[in-house]
Design a protein around this ligand. Structure first.
Ligand code: SF4
Ligand code: SF4
Length: 187
């Protein structure tokens, strides 16, 4: 009789412990229901990148002096600078320029060190293609002005999460968002 009572007691204790764990799990879930969303409905909504976002590189052919500094500072010597020496002018003549975005790590070194500022980083981040070779941009593709999220009438551009359309946040108020985004320790 005694072992059976002991077994029932143990079983009851286990059941209570399991119920407590499930309750703790639900409490964690409930605490997250009060938080703002961190996802958007891409591609119908798109986040506007920050000013210093390092997206697709823009290249200005006319400004390039074919010095190849961009190649030397690139961690993988990626930019391809094709030039010919013009003896009459004693100058290099740029013929072609390309960067393969399938290999680029968007570190921005080439942009930083280019002496003529003919390279700049744009806010363009949609570079997906079916064939990776299409990511090898020549000077024509690099010279194309970047598409802007804000100028696309088909998408809702999202500056930040609190600029989502009315109702998207539902029970989540901006004040709560600000509280949640505040660093720990601040009142
Ligand atoms: S560093 Fe600038 S100017 Fe020199 S080759 Fe590269 S892009 Fe052209
Ligand atoms: S961003 Fe960095 S990796 Fe890409 S081409 Fe420039 S230096 Fe090279």
């Amino acid at each position: 009789m005694l072992p059976m009572v002991s077994q029932v007691t143990n079983y009851t204790q286990e059941a209570v412990r399991a119920a407590r764990y499930i309750g703790q799990g639900f409490l964690v879930t409930l605490s997250h229901m009060d938080r703002p969303p961190i996802t958007i409905q891409y591609p119908y909504e798109k986040l506007v990148p920050s000013e210093r976002f390092r997206g697709r590189i823009h290249f200005e052919f006319d400004k390039c002096i074919a010095c190849e500094v961009c190649v030397r500072v690139c961690p993988i010597n990626l930019p391809v600078v094709h030039w010919e020496f013009q003896a009459s002018r004693k100058k290099k003549q740029l013929k072609a320029y390309s960067i393969d975005f399938g290999l680029c790590i968007f570190c921005g070194n080439c942009v930083e060190y280019c002496p003529t500022n003919c390279l700049s980083m744009t806010e363009e981040y949609e570079l997906s293609v079916y064939d990776r070779h299409e990511l090898n941009y020549d000077n024509v593709a690099l010279g194309r002005l970047p598409s802007s999220t804000e100028s696309d009438p088909m998408v809702y551009s999202v500056q930040n999460m609190v600029s989502l359309p009315k109702g998207a946040m539902e029970s989540r108020s901006i004040n709560k968002t600000a509280t949640l985004m505040r660093p720990e320790g601040e009142a």
